[in-house]
Design a protein around this ligand. Structure first.
Ligand code: NAP
Ligand code: ZN
Length: 364
């Protein structure tokens, strides 16, 4: 069923489940710890990937800490994955053993509904299978993500890392990159657009870089004055400190588009007031209840507020190709897997510039 070529990988090993190592959590109040489990035997359309780098998204932390309902423990997170193909099922034609590939937030979907056929697998009518904490479509088993030594993924959901890209810095593009690229493309952000990004973290710093590369005039809106210089180095033309009422007041009606990455529920009124005529704010950060807002802030100046969830697979490949062409990479701090709990504490303290990436060559 499986074909292999790389030394050290035998077809025997891929025709039955393979022992895997990872780091996960047993409960919302427990730290992550090393865990052992099995990856499934390859299905005909599966690709086996030895993981080389895994990014750490704030969503990983929300999930393992039980900030969102529905976490199944043990939970092994990670949906920003880069690695090397070690084996393929016998129906796989798009990937070869030895290819450098990437996996983002999804690993499967029905591939037959209108949303899947339109390249919006994230909105699959049967529900897409997420890379972790999601039931496998065939076995119902809880998926385990990228904080692991290897992963097995349906071929359609495996992205190609463009030739020549620095593989070590690609992983965060698979969530932070696509989650910011997709809304900017959906709403036509480009030359002449006056856009703002709220929150300079993993998503926000990619929003600044991609917005700048698309030709927009980018303003960073941050709660952290010390990030101002960084924002300009990342490509921001202007910086607003959101806790400074005067700066916020002066920016009223200034923007065509606002990308809001704040990771917790918050008042959106102060940000809506920054939108000009027919301006739009897209919320990508707070996947949680939000306090109300005054409809006047939408009606007056014809404003709109919406949301955006990651992006589809074709658009994710487009984003990778765009970043390769423009030389866009996240700013990363490499860590070893054993530093993961400390990294989570730093993420909560807003002390990461701007994405942690686990270097798997340092061991699990
Ligand atoms: P992150 O690295 O922690 O960055 C969030 C930034 O928001 C912080 O750096 C901080 O920037 C700002 N911030 C934090 N707390 C705040 C508060 N109470 N009020 C105002 N600003 C605050 O997180 P991330 O990885 O970028 O993820 C951001 C959110 O997006 C998470 O909730 C994650 O779950 C979600 N997410 C959504 C999608 C999607 O498909 N829509 C995909 C991935 C992630 P400043 O210091 O500049 O203020
Ligand atoms: Zn993410």
């Amino acid at each position: 069923m499986a074909t292999t070529a790389e030394p050290g990988t035998t077809s025997e090993a891929t025709n039955r489940p393979t022992p895997a190592k990872g780091w996960g959590s047993d409960a919302a109040d427990q730290p992550l710890r090393p865990m052992e489990f099995e990856r499934r035997a390859l299905r005909p359309d599966d690709v086996a990937i030895k993981i080389t780098y895994a990014g750490i998204c704030h969503s990983d932390l929300h999930t393992v800490r039980g900030d969102w309902p529905g976490t199944v423990y043990p939970c092994i997170p990670g949906h920003e994955i880069v690695g090397r193909v070690t084996a393929i099922g016998n129906e796989v034609t798009r990937h070869r053993v030895g290819d450098t590939v990437a996996v983002g937030c999804m690993v499967d979907s029905c591939m037959a509904c209108d949303q899947c056929l339109a390249g919006w697998e994230v909105f699959c009518r049967e529900g897409c299978t997420q890379t972790y904490n999601s039931p496998d479509r065939h076995t119902g088993e809880n998926t385990k993500g990228g904080y692991t030594d290897h992963i097995v993924v349906r071929d359609h959901f495996v992205l190609k890392v463009p030739e020549g890209m620095d593989e070590a810095r690609v992983a965060p593009l698979l969530c932070a990159g696509i989650t910011t690229y997709s809304p900017l493309r959906q709403y036509g952000v480009g030359t002449g657009t006056k856009m703002a990004v709220v929150g300079l973290g993993g998503l926000g710093h990619m929003g600044v870089k991609i917005g700048h590369a698309l030709g927009a005039h980018v303003t960073m809106i941050t709660t952290t004055p010390s990030k101002g210089n960084d924002a300009r180095e990342l490509g921001a033309d202007d910086v607003i400190i959101s806790t400074d009422a005067k700066q916020m007041e002066e920016a009223a009606t200034r923007f065509d588009f606002i990308l809001n990455t704040i990771p917790v529920g918050h008042e959106i009124g102060p940000y809506l007031e920054l939108l000009g005529r027919a301006g739009r704010m897209v919320i990508v950060g707070a996947i949680s209840p939000m306090p109300g807002f005054h409809a006047r802030d939408l009606i007056w100046w014809n404003r709109a507020v919406g949301g955006s969830a990651i992006g589809g697979i074709p658009e994710t490949q487009e984003m990778l190709d765009f970043c390769a062409e423009k030389g866009i990479y996240p700013d990363v701090e490499f860590i070893e897997m054993r530093q993961i709990n400390e990294a989570y504490e730093r993420l909560i303290r807003n002390d990461v510039r701007y994405r942690f990436v686990v270097d798997m060559s340092k061991g699990l």
